[in-house]
Ligand binder design. Sequence first.
Ligand code: BEZ
Ligand code: FE
Length: 249
Amino acid sequence: MNKRVEQITSAIVSSLRNVLREQDVTFEEYRTAVMYMGKVAEAKELPLLIDVFLNITMCEISDAHFKGSRSDLEGPYFRSDSPFVTDEIKTMNEYNGRPTLMKGKVTDLDGKPLANTLINIWQSTPDGKYSGFHDDIPVDFYRGKVKTDDYGYYAVRCTAPVPYEIKNDGPTGALLEMIGRHTWRPAHIHYKAEKEGFRTVTTQAYFEGGDWVGDDCCDGRSDDGERVIPEKYEDGKLLIEVDFVLDAN
Ligand code: BEZ
Ligand code: FE
């Protein structure tokens, strides 16, 4: 017997039973929902569907325990096996993306630089594909791992992300359409900062004035400005500066 699993399972069942009662759900609706979940599993969209609705709530719950950088959606497309990169994350020339410099600093809560922090960075192709998941795009495109130097700094070149439409031709898209929601996310870059002895922070950066900023179909945190970057340039490249403050474990 696993007490934690028992507690959470009982709470879920109890909440769902309340919804069935409150909404006076018919047998036909109940069976349709069961069939729907089968379709989601068949289309391999369970991680997508669940992240669309619940990932942000997990971020809020986790952040309440820490003082450093807040987290944001990881989404279903993180790969731990992306390549180490020193100066550049590989992109595809055919998209002619805007040259971009991503840089920043990692510190602890007292402002002490955290050298040798691993930062995973990933983004979609301009037509909304994630390498390692879609169209056999090799996992070394549009994603990579960088390490901070002795002073806690990291820097890597890539191209600028563009607004992203989540997969909308399957059961997840069908449900969003039925409930009157769109399927767009603002242009974003994903980050996961990892350092032994510190909280791992997964977050995202967005761009001031960008389409869908503050109106993300996945409720990511582009709505309060903290991770929304103003348009700045350095050496002719778009500059995306993202710092991390990590809590000690
Ligand atoms: C994404 O950023 O790729 C994403 C996040 C949550 C759900 C689906 C996709
Ligand atoms: Fe994404």
